[in-house]
Design a binder for this molecule. Structure first.
Ligand SMILES: NC(=O)c1ccc[n+]([C@@H]2O[C@H](COP(=O)([O-])OP(=O)(O)OC[C@H]3O[C@@H](n4cnc5c(N)ncnc54)[C@H](OP(=O)(O)O)[C@@H]3O)[C@@H](O)[C@H]2O)c1
Length: 411
């Protein structure tokens, strides 16, 4: 391995086997917390040293994910304060990014699963594999050391190189382009876990699945995965154009949420308010029946808006079914009518990211089924803050966004 003090400009790559001392990275610092347009800055930082079980990956493409918006705001969590807590030296900057695909440039002495030159997708699930919980046979995703790469912990995807643990590296299928591969990590994988991880509520053939934000990142992946498992995806969207996009991905139909107003807090509604809420929720549920062609409630509701929608999700969910929630874009407090939970014995299940095994299952699904590419726009390196601002604004973009770190003509 050759170490060089030469800095390679963004969009270029050193020859394989050459590791620069420094790299370009989009950093967040606490004095810049706020809009992604100003919170991110392209800086030159040291490339971190590897521990024996770590891998240095040259990122080729990275996925845009909502967690970098939270990180840029510094709320609800100051990720910079937390970034020294996972075994790495504390830095006063944070490199975000939980989705990437790239080329292995260096490996620590103990790494055996990948070698220099391998093309890999990086799983976002990170943990200390030597923590007592895991050594005693506990699932890593429930370990106290479990955290999200590129959000909780520094050295994420928005840099020329990332330092990751060996178990995070999964071979990239050659048939997948770099951008599609990058966005598997915290989207395809997260959805796969939501649909399959909880034994009693694992997706089965002909299950109706309601998918909020069907035209968004998680939603567009959920539609395709539900279809591949033989389920019936019903999307919720905010315009007919977004609904038609969902249908092109395989949704059975869509509900335009802008035709309803019963969103948000249901605590403290007076009698008339409860009646209004119930009428709208029932009309919403009837739309599902119309789309499906029979009175069948969703066995799974893929939840992530949170505050605005949880009460409706629980209401429409089938008895013994599951509302599975992995985010809270509209706010992280919510109210529900508890009767909808216990009388029909439904489940509200939290879900976070996915394991390397969930990623492998997602890749298997893609290999065996006809998936339509979900990346709708690829931004350049310089446009990374804008990509996040577009996501924050909820722009007209559909599917996933990626940032290309090294263009094809350089590879
Ligand atoms: N825990 C995890 O591992 C994990 C992984 C990935 C993402 N997430 C979280 O999941 C959330 C969604 O991520 P994403 O990548 O899919 O984001 P995205 O691409 O921005 O999609 C979110 C979708 O939500 C819909 N939406 C927005 N406001 C809404 C409202 N008030 N009511 C209902 N729907 C609304 C929008 O669709 P319409 O306007 O068309 O309805 C939008 O397309 C984020 O909060 C993210 O942090 C968590």
């Amino acid at each position: 391995m050759i170490i060089t003090d030469k800095i390679y400009s963004a969009g270029t790559l050193p020859p394989l086997g050459t590791i620069p001392e420094k790299m370009h990275a989009w950093t967040i610092r606490s004095e810049r917390f706020g809009s992604p347009l100003t919170a991110f800055r392209d800086e030159i930082v040291d490339i971190p040293a590897l521990r024996p079980d770590e891998v240095l990956v040259a990122n080729i493409s990275a996925g845009i994910n909502y967690n970098a918006i939270w990180a840029a705001r510094g709320k609800p969590k100051n990720v910079i304060e937390a970034n020294g807590t996972y075994g790495d030296a504390k830095q006063d900057f944070h490199i975000c990014g939980s989705e990437a695909a790239g080329i292995v440039y260096a490996v620590g002495d103990e790494v055996t699963n990948v070698k220099v030159g391998d093309h890999v997708i990086i799983s976002a699930s990170k943990y200390n594999k030597n923590c007592p919980f895991i050594l005693n046979g506990g699932e890593p995703e429930y370990s106290p050391s479990y955290h999200m790469w590129g959000y909780e912990g520094n050295w994420g995807a928005f840099s020329q190189f990332s330092k990751v643990s060996d178990y995070q590296c999964v071979p990239k299928p050659e048939s997948m382009d770099w951008d599609e591969a990058a966005v598997c990590c915290a989207t395809g994988t997260t959805v796969n876990r939501m649909l399959r991880h909880w034994e009693e509520n694992r997706i089965r053939e002909n299950d109706v699945v309601l998918i909020w934000g069907g035209a968004g990142g998680l939603g567009s992946s959920a539609i395709q995965q539900v279809r591949a498992y033989g389920g019936i995806p019903v999307a919720v969207v905010s315009s007919a154009q977004r609904g038609e996009y969902c249908i092109s991905l395989g949704a059975k139909g869509y509900i335009d949420r802008t035709r309803y107003t019963h969103w948000g807090n249901i605590c403290g509604l007076d009698e008339a308010g409860v009646r209004q809420w119930s009428l709208q929720a029932a009309r919403f549920r009837n739309e599902i029946y119309t789309i499906v062609g029979k009175r069948v409630n969703p066995m799974i509701v893929v939840e992530h808006p949170g505050s605005d929608t949880l009460a409706t999700s629980l209401f429409v969910c089938a008895g013994r079914g599951m509302v599975v929630l992995c985010g809270a874009t509209t706010g992280h407090t919510a109210s529900i009518d508890l009767r909808h939970l216990w009388i029909y014995q439904k489940r509200i299940q939290g879900s976070h990211a996915g394991s390397a095994d969930d990623l492998k299952e997602y890749l298997r699904l893609r290999r065996e089924h006809d998936f339509i590419p979900s990346v709708s726009r690829v931004y350049s390196w310089d446009e990374l803050p804008q990509a996040h601002a577009d996501m924050e604004r909820g722009s007209d973009l559909m599917g996933k966004y990626a940032v290309r770190i090294v263009p094809d003509d350089v590879l």
